[in-house]
Structures are given as structure tokens and as C-alpha cells.
Design a protein around this ligand. Structure first.
Ligand code: NAD
Length: 319
């Protein structure tokens, strides 16, 4: 897709971070934007930003895990613009950090619920409507580089993102005959508010196995402040849509990055490969220890990534 003027773009998580960057870049490209977000304060701030920009931007408060909300959102867009979106950005996401082995059902239900089922709900709601509208279109989900490998410090998140990466491969092939393109954005760090994800965690899913307090939140705000600017990321995403690339990986050499990912998987398939990979991991950890990394400064002291205090059987984490 190269022409964005006049197209309706629906963006989950569109009121903050990566989603807000998409709203800014695609409204400038001429899209009519509908922001969907669970946080009213984020929606208010986003709408205030667009108020004097002459952009056509509307917003709906919704929870991507709630299927009734999706039905209402689809009806809202069709009432507003007379058609379903031609551009669907499934960007909303949350994160939580702690040892894999301390994860609770509620950690999985919340993190997988938003990051994977939030995407599935969006696809099941809008894909049939987009096909029946017969205008083609484009779908972009936001996964993460974390989805290319297991991460023992945020397992539910990595697993959900891995599933999104896989799912988009299926949809890419399935939607081609309908003139609907598909991309999956897989970023590293983004300058965003994801460090305060816990503020949207539902009451019935509060039971976590991970340690979280003000110090951890403060660390995460600093940690994510080193990430890519969301507007820059949205510009890279726009180029990815124009080039119709399935996996948009915002690094200078995405093919080299992917070869590293695949080499790790290949190494994991033989005894010699396992040894090779262990050695590579050891060297990488040593390099990281010896290189100043402002992104990780204060991580250990804050207690980030550790288990809930009363879970005493978890071994201390290696930094
Ligand atoms: N920040 C990073 O370093 C990073 C790295 C890779 C991928 N990502 C992914 O980027 C996407 C955007 O995150 P961000 O970093 O911009 O964070 P962010 O917190 O700034 O933005 C996410 C938005 O999603 C909304 N949201 C959360 N739960 C929701 C729900 N249940 N229903 C509707 N809206 C909900 C939040 O209110 C927020 O406005 C996420 O999918 C995230 O996993 C982030």
C-alpha cells in the first residue's frame, strides 16, 4: 500500500507510545484516525495533541480483551466513516517482568490476554468486515524482537509475541487474494509508557508472581526512555507497509539480525550446537557486563525482574 490519503486507520493502543506515533505519522499521511485505548487519560492527552492539527482523529475507550467492546468499536467506526477501516493497527500491549518459574495463571491470563488475544479479537472482528467491504487494506500488528526467542524474565510476553509473529505469517498468505496486506512490526526498545502497564491490569488478575513496587516502575521508565522514538518507529513502519514487508524489524540490517535468531535455533538442535550456543551466550553476557549499559543501570538495585517477596524458592537472577 502506497496511498494513505482518505483511508480510515483504526489503532489499538493508539493513545500512547508506538500507537500514538502511528496516529501522528498516518494522520499526517492523510488517514482518518480512530484511536482505541483502555486509558482515558492517554486518550485525553492524545486528542489534545491533535486538536490544533487539522487532523481527523476520533477515539474510543475499549479493552482489547473484551469482545463486546470490539463489536461496539466496529459499529462505531462504520457509523462514523460508513465503512470498516482500510488500515488496522493492532498495537496495544502490556508487559510484566519476573522469573518464568514464578509466573501465575493471572500473569499469563493478563499478558497473553492483551498481547495475543487482543490481536486475535481484532482480526476476528475486522477481517471479515474488511473482506466484505471489498476495498482491500492493510493490517499491522506490533509484536516484539522478544518474540523471536524465549525470555526467562518475561515468558508470558515473549510467548504471546511469538504467537503473534506466527499468526501474521498465516494471515499474510490468507489475505493476499483479497488485496489485504499484512505486516508484523518487531521492535526492540521503544520510548513509551509500557513501564506502567500495571495500571491497566484488571482487578481479577492482580495475583502476580513478580515483584513490583515504585522503584521497579521508576527503573522501567528510565529503561524505556532509551528506546526508539515512536514517531521514528512509525515512519519505519510506513516504509515497511509501502514495501509490503511481512516482518518489519527496525534495525539497520534486519536480515543479519534474523540470521542470528535462526542460527540460535539451529544450534539448539544438536549436542555440538548446544555447546556452541552456550559459549556464544557466555561471551555475550561477558561483553554486556564489561560494556557500560545505561539502559540497565539500577536494574538490580530496583529489584526489577525478581519474584514476589514471599516466593523464596526462586534462585537469584543473573544480570
Ligand atoms: N516499549 C518497548 O520497548 C516495546 C518493545 C517491543 C514491542 N513493544 C510493543 O509495542 C506496543 C505498544 O507499546 P508501547 O511500548 O508503545 O507502550 P505504551 O504503554 O506507551 O502504549 C500501549 C497502549 O496500549 C494501551 N493498552 C494497554 N492495555 C490495553 C487494553 N487491554 N485494551 C486497550 N488498550 C490497552 C495502554 O493504555 C497504552 O496507551 C505493545 O504491543 C508492546 O508490547 C514495546
Amino acid at each position: 500500500m502506497k496511498d494513505f490519503a482518505g483511508k480510515v486507520a483504526f489503532i489499538t493502543g493508539g493513545a500512547s507510545g508506538a500507537g500514538l506515533g502511528q496516529a501522528k505519522v498516518f494522520s499526517e499521511a492523510g488517514c482518518k484516525i480512530v484511536i482505541a485505548d483502555i486509558r482515558q487519560d492517554h486518550i485525553d492527552e492524545a486528542l489534545a495533541y491533535f486538536r490544533d492539527k487539522k487532523a481527523e482523529v476520533h477515539a474510543i475507550k475499549m479493552d482489547v480483551t473484551n469482545r463486546d467492546d470490539w463489536k461496539k468499536a466496529a459499529e462505531y467506526v462504520e457509523k462514523l466513516h460508513g465503512c470498516p477501516p482500510q488500515l488496522l493497527f493492532l498495537t496495544a500491549g502490556v508487559n510484566a517482568f519476573g522469573p518464568c518459574e514464578a509466573s501465575t495463571f493471572e500473569d499469563y491470563d493478563w499478558v497473553v490476554g492483551v498481547n495475543l488475544f487482543g490481536v486475535i479479537n481484532g482480526l476476528v472482528t475486522f477481517v471479515p468486515r474488511m473482506i466484505q467491504a471489498g476495498r482491500g487494506g492493510y493490517i499491522v500488528t506490533t509484536a516484539s524482537m522478544g518474540g523471536f526467542m524465549g525470555t526467562s524474565g518475561c515468558a508470558p510476553y515473549s510467548a504471546a509475541k511469538a504467537a503473534v509473529i506466527n499468526l501474521m505469517d498465516s494471515y499474510y498468505h490468507a489475505l493476499k487474494p483479497y488485496g489485504i496486506g499484512v505486516s508484523c512490526l518487531c521492535p526492540g526498545g521503544i520510548r513509551s509508557n509500557i513501564g506502567e502497564s500495571h495500571l491497566t491490569r484488571p482487578k481479577h488478575l492482580q495475583n502476580t508472581g513478580y515483584h513490583l513496587d515504585d522503584k521497579v516502575v521508576e527503573f522501567m521508565h528510565k529503561h524505556y526512555s532509551y528506546g526508539i522514538d515512536p514517531v521514528e518507529l512509525a515512519k519505519i513502519t510506513k516504509k515497511g507497509i509501502e514495501d509490503e514487508v511481512l516482518y518489519i524489524i527496525p534495525v539497520p540490517e534486519p536480515d543479519k539480525f534474523m540470521r542470528g535468531v535462526l542460527e540460535r535455533m539451529v544450534n539448539y538442535t544438536t549436542a555440538e550446537g548446544m555447546k556452541r550456543q552456550e559459549e556464544l551466550d557466555r561471551k555475550r553476557r561477558e561483553e554486556m557486563r564489561n560494556r557500560p549499559n545505561p539502559m540497565m543501570e539500577g536494574a538490580r538495585e530496583s529489584g526489577w525482574g525478581t519474584a514476589r517477596k514471599d516466593i523464596t524458592w526462586v534462585k537469584p537472577r543473573e544480570y
